[in-house]
Ligand binder design. Structure first.
Ligand code: PLP
Length: 397
């Protein structure tokens, strides 16, 4: 019955990860996967999260279904973290927020909502992209296109080319943007560039869809939400998919949120109803346990403050690693311009290494980086930096 189906190629990142585990190099380093590892190479359980998990383990109350829109205390916490505690659009009731199955679930629900509301609208996605963006929107029946984003010559933003493309889009086109820590490049617009992007969105009647998967990992929790808040201040209607997978280190709990900023509180009510309808027809309701874990951390002032310190420690560690790589490369290979390690932000750095160099890194040094040259920064730590930079120098010379 299913013989005609195509073989699923699998995710190339997971394939490379398997190859890493088979490799016997004594100093091998895994820089493939988008997970945060601490200085000891472990995925952390944040103490703020562990405390709430313990309370929940001792709580005998039944694990009932949550409402379609999710836990109320979770939804209000999403709004405070993403839009800011003093957000005007939130106070005015213009934001419809639901709890979702991670950031991926938020993107899927948002894509289905947009396809229902604007069946002919296409979506424009950065080039290069997080591959799943094309898959999620394509899977929702939306035609996907690309806009220029990364300039390989400067290892920075191709801002003029990006703006030229956005300036040509038909009204009601969807534009997928990363407010911070762009995956895969680590290249983000400056606040001034965001203002220009916002002006085009308003002028051309475009629908911004912000994918906020790394809040707190770039410049800081508030700074990383700059684009969200600037769009709200500009009076735009837009969507934000946020994920707590990385900044609470709760990947498998599937914790995210989808917020739709509307022109009025009445419209937000209407949208909330449609979001519930979408959730009902695809998975009915979000996870009870993950919802309570996140709400338990974010709604308790002391734990919330503790969590902010924990995220800041992760952010600082990555920034420190970037600085250390930059310094080591400057000493070991003075002619090589490694400034991109400092300029790009968050979990990823786009190295521009060639296919041959990447294969040599794997085969000669056990250093695993995916084929696009995207380096997952948290895989680096003080114990492996020397080997990593020696390996880079070997393939770059
Ligand atoms: N968006 C981007 C750009 C991501 O990199 C990721 C995760 O890697 C997600 C969304 C999805 O996050 P989640 O794991 O919460 O579904």
């Amino acid at each position: 019955m299913f013989q005609h189906l195509q073989q699923y190629a699998g995710d190339p990142i997971f394939g490379l990860n398997d190859a890493f585990h088979r490799n016997t190099h004594p100093q091998k380093i895994n820089l493939t996967i988008g997970l945060y590892y601490d200085e000891n190479g472990r995925i952390p359980v944040l103490p703020s999260v562990a405390a709430v998990q313990k309370e929940l383990a001792d709580d005998p109350s039944p694990r009932v279904y949550l409402p379609m829109e999710g836990l109320a205390s979770y939804r209000s916490a999403v709004q405070r973290v993403v839009f800011g505690a003093d957000s005007r659009v939130v106070a005015e009731g213009k934001v419809a927020t639901i709890q979702t199955l991670g950031g991926t679930g938020a993107l899927k629900v948002g894509a289905d909502l947009l396809h229902d509301a604007y069946p002919l609208a296409g979506v424009w996605i950065s080039d290069p992209a997080w591959d799943n963006h094309h898959a999620i929107f394509g899977g929702a029946g939306i035609t996907t296109h690309s806009y220029p984003y990364y300039d390989p010559d400067t290892k920075g933003l191709a801002f003029d080319a990006m703006m030229n493309c956005l300036n040509e889009l038909p009204a009601r086109s969807i534009v997928l943007l990363h407010p911070c820590c762009h995956n895969p490049t680590g290249v983000d617009p400056t606040p001034e560039q965001w203002q220009q992007i916002i002006a085009v969105m308003l002028e051309r009647g475009l629908i911004p869809f912000l994918d906020l998967a790394y809040q707190g990992m770039g410049e800081g929790m508030e700074e990383d939400a700059y684009a969200v808040r600037a769009m709200a201040d500009a009076g735009l209607s837009f969507l934000v998919a946020n994920s707590f997978s990385k900044n609470l280190s709760v990947y498998g709990e599937r914790c995210g949120g989808l917020s739709v900023v509307c022109a009025s509180a009445d419209e937000a009510e209407l949208v909330l109803g449609q979001l519930k309808a979408v959730v009902r027809r695809i998975y009915s309701s979000a996870p009870w346990h993950g919802g309570h874990v996140v709400a338990g951390v974010l709604n308790d002032p002391q734990r919330h403050a503790q969590w902010l310190t924990e995220v800041e420690a992760m952010r600082r560690r990555m920034a420190q690693v970037r600085k250390a790589v930059h310094e080591m490369l400057a000493a070991k290979l003075p002619g090589y311009d490694a400034d991109y390690f400092l300029q790009q932000k968050g979990m990823f750095t786009y190295s521009g290494l060639s296919r041959e160099q990447l294969v040599a890194l794997r085969e000669r040094h056990g250093v695993y980086i995916i084929d696009s040259g995207r380096i997952a920064v948290p895989g680096l730590n003080n114990a492996n930096l020397e080997h990593f930079t020696d390996a880079l120098v070997d393939v770059l010379e």
